[in-house]
Design a protein around this ligand. Structure first.
Ligand SMILES: Nc1ncnc2c1ncn2[C@@H]1O[C@H](COP(=O)(O)OP(=O)(O)OP(=O)(O)O)[C@@H](O)[C@H]1O
Ligand SMILES: [Mg+2]
Length: 339
């Protein structure tokens, strides 16, 4: 949020760092300046000032546009309210783009949650009769007089087992009890790195780019290993083509801390950022909006559950996963608030 405190004459008495940053000007040059000059429609603010000083209204909200000296205008939502001293006003601005992104994220999370619930309920329904079908097929298999028919019971048993393991994966995140403890994120990274390198002993590089000063935080180590593993495995699978062609196939594990990040509706002082960056072909355009939904896969033999599970596990740590992808550079970032 961008904030300015204006004197009765509309000049800036105080501004916060976010506002200076957005405008690209220093505090010095902002203080004392007439604030309405920074709006594409100065009259809007002048009207608001007069209305509040004349006590015609308590608070005024409208959409406005911030004129930035060094970059394009920034659409904002503006709120003007009385300041601490007579005649002063407080102007608060929310960039609309940020608001829109937050709304979109919330909508997507909500939809993904609905789909997850639906799929989980369905999985329960499918799971129950599977045992019965398997038992009946086994009995039938034993009773069959002609071994030729066993091929058919074999198909039933094989498919039932496949469904069983799918259903087990669908229900998995709600199975194991949580174990909270102090998590060292680099230990998590190292475990996952070793597991994935063991799976791809040749042609894959996994580069560490760690910020060693990141403190431990409370979480479930196994859950975080699982979440990161799913993401790194996807990256390795996306690099299969490069590995086969003998080209450089590289995954970077990068840890950083960010300050003052909003996750959901809450602002956090410190947030862990764990990036998994690969130089593969990128997430297919058609899937981009839906990769976190269950059963969405762009891979032969993929079940489309890896990212759904990772998302659930990260959500349990009050975090989220962001994805930024273009050919040659795909960045999945796990964000988790730290105390
Ligand atoms: N790093 C990546 N690069 C390109 N595409 C990716 C990447 N990560 C994920 N995807 C795409 O997102 C899809 C969904 O991934 P997800 O892990 O949920 O399922 P899956 O890998 O297909 O199957 P599963 O993980 O259940 O075995 C993948 O099939 C793939 O098309
Ligand atoms: Mg996967």
């Amino acid at each position: 949020m961008l904030v300015a405190l204006l004197r009765p004459d509309g000049t800036v008495e105080f501004s916060n760092a976010a506002l200076e940053h957005q405008l690209g000007v220093s505090r010095r040059s902002l203080e004392g300046a007439t604030f309405s000059h920074f709006l594409t429609e100065p009259a809007l603010l002048q009207t608001a000032l007069a209305a509040i000083q004349g006590r015609e209204c308590e608070t005024l909200r409208c959409d406005a546009s911030l004129r930035r000296p060094f970059s394009a205008a920034l659409p904002v939502h503006m709120q003007v309210s009385p300041g601490p001293r007579a005649g002063e006003v407080v102007v608060e601005l929310w960039p609309l783009e940020q608001q829109a992104r937050q709304d979109r994220e919330e909508r997507l999370t909500e939809q993904a949650q609905l789909t997850k619930d639906l799929v989980r309920n369905l999985a329960h329904e499918v799971k129950n009769p599977l045992g019965g079908i398997r038992g009946a097929a086994q009995l039938l298999d034993m009773e069959l007089p002609d071994p030729q028919w066993k091929e058919y019971t074999g198909v039933i048993l094989h498919e039932v087992d496949r469904l069983q393991s799918l259903v087990d994966r669908l229900l998995a995140p709600h199975r194991h009890p949580r174990q909270l403890g102090d998590v060292n994120i680099h230990e998590v990274c190292e475990r996952v790195r070793a597991l994935v390198l063991a799976e791809h002993p040749q042609g894959l590089r996994i580069v560490r780019d760690y910020d060693a000063s990141i403190p431990e935080f409370r979480g479930d180590r196994e859950e975080l290993i699982q979440a990161l593993l799913n993401i790194v495995q996807n990256a390795a699978q996306a690099l299969a083509g490069r590995m086969a062609a003998g080209e450089d196939a590289c995954i970077v594990l990068r840890t950083r801390v960010a300050r003052q990040v909003t996750l959901g509706r809450q602002r956090h002082r410190l947030v862990l950022q764990l990036h998994v960056i690969d130089n593969g072909p990128g997430v297919p355009e058609a899937l981009r909006e839906r990769i976190f939904y269950p059963l969405v896969s762009g891979r032969d033999g993929g079940t489309g559950l890896g990212l759904t599970l990772a998302h659930t596990l990260v959500q349990r740590h009050h975090g989220r996963i962001e994805c930024d992808s273009r050919p040659g550079h795909t960045d999945f970032c796990i964000l988790i608030p730290m105390p």
